[in-house]
Design a protein around this ligand. Sequence first.
Ligand SMILES: Cc1cc2nc3c(=O)[nH]c(=O)nc-3n(C[C@H](O)[C@H](O)[C@H](O)COP(=O)(O)OP(=O)(O)OC[C@H]3O[C@@H](n4cnc5c(N)ncnc54)[C@H](O)[C@@H]3O)c2cc1C
Length: 299
Amino acid sequence: MSIAILGAGLAGLSCARALAERGIAVRLFDKGRGVGGRLATRRLEAAGRTIAIDHGAQYLEPRDPAFAGLLAGLPCASWPEAGQLIPLPTISALPRALAAGLDCRNGVTITALARAPGGWMLADAAGERYGPFRAVVLTAPAPQSAALLAPIAPDLAEQLGGVVYAPCWSWLAAFAEPLPLPDLLRGRGPIAWAARNSAKPGRDAAEAWVVQADAEWSRRHLDEPAEQVAAQLSALLPAPPPLAQTAHRWRYALVERPLGRDFLWDARRGIGLAGDFCPGGGAEAAFLSGRALAQAIAG
Ligand SMILES: Cc1cc2nc3c(=O)[nH]c(=O)nc-3n(C[C@H](O)[C@H](O)[C@H](O)COP(=O)(O)OP(=O)(O)OC[C@H]3O[C@@H](n4cnc5c(N)ncnc54)[C@H](O)[C@@H]3O)c2cc1C
């Protein structure tokens, strides 16, 4: 019987890969159209070209040898301005490489978990049922995992209650002419991060920007319509009307207060939890959390 993994972000994918490498069958479910979660790339159509822009995580900081080894096996470039590594051609190349050969169902939003005599059963938003599975691993952000756990393991759901995330509004825009700005701005007023896409190694040469608001600004504007947020962020830069633009709200962007554990594994009930929210940190933390959970499951 296989193991169900909810979420094909870095935590879910690293857990799935490590289990699969030990000969344990896994099936991933993700509500997104592709894999990667917050390692995400969007495409803008402008002036007859398609410009791919990373709009979640911007760069990777490998410190752990396992994460560094993974990146060493992929096309990556160092980005001197940020002083870090970026996968080529986009950041999504990393989750796509991890997902290769795995059984991953995308576009499936899991809405309920139930313990049946034969194992765990999952239900999705369209009324489909999946299972039985011998264990279930949840890697969605803590509040979303807690909502799924509340009816079946309220004690675990409660443990997740203390996790806090900073939100982030992210604005992508393409322009006809280069903006009169340095390639990278950090911590400028409410702008936590603004980068010229074409200045990153291996990216499209068209003039396009990703602008990410800081946590305080994003919290204050959290429930405003995306168009209104885009207009306010664009006014912070010397920017003419863009050729194309889109704004995305990351409600759970960066972990401010983590669970303080590398992962959770309840072997008796067959429930595991992994993600950046467990140890706290970014992409590397998510990867290591999923991997450590897989080691615990495999024994
Ligand atoms: C704007 C922004 C900037 C960032 N910058 C950096 C950076 O520069 N460097 C860095 O290292 N980190 C950065 N991070 C953080 C980094 O992206 C995350 O730490 C990491 O990607 C988290 O991975 P994860 O697998 O734990 O969670 P996620 O990537 O969030 O994966 C969880 C997955 O669960 C899926 N899911 C949720 N609910 C369900 C459901 N009910 N059914 C099915 N699937 C579901 C989601 O679709 C998602 O794919 C940034 C994040 C954001 C948003």
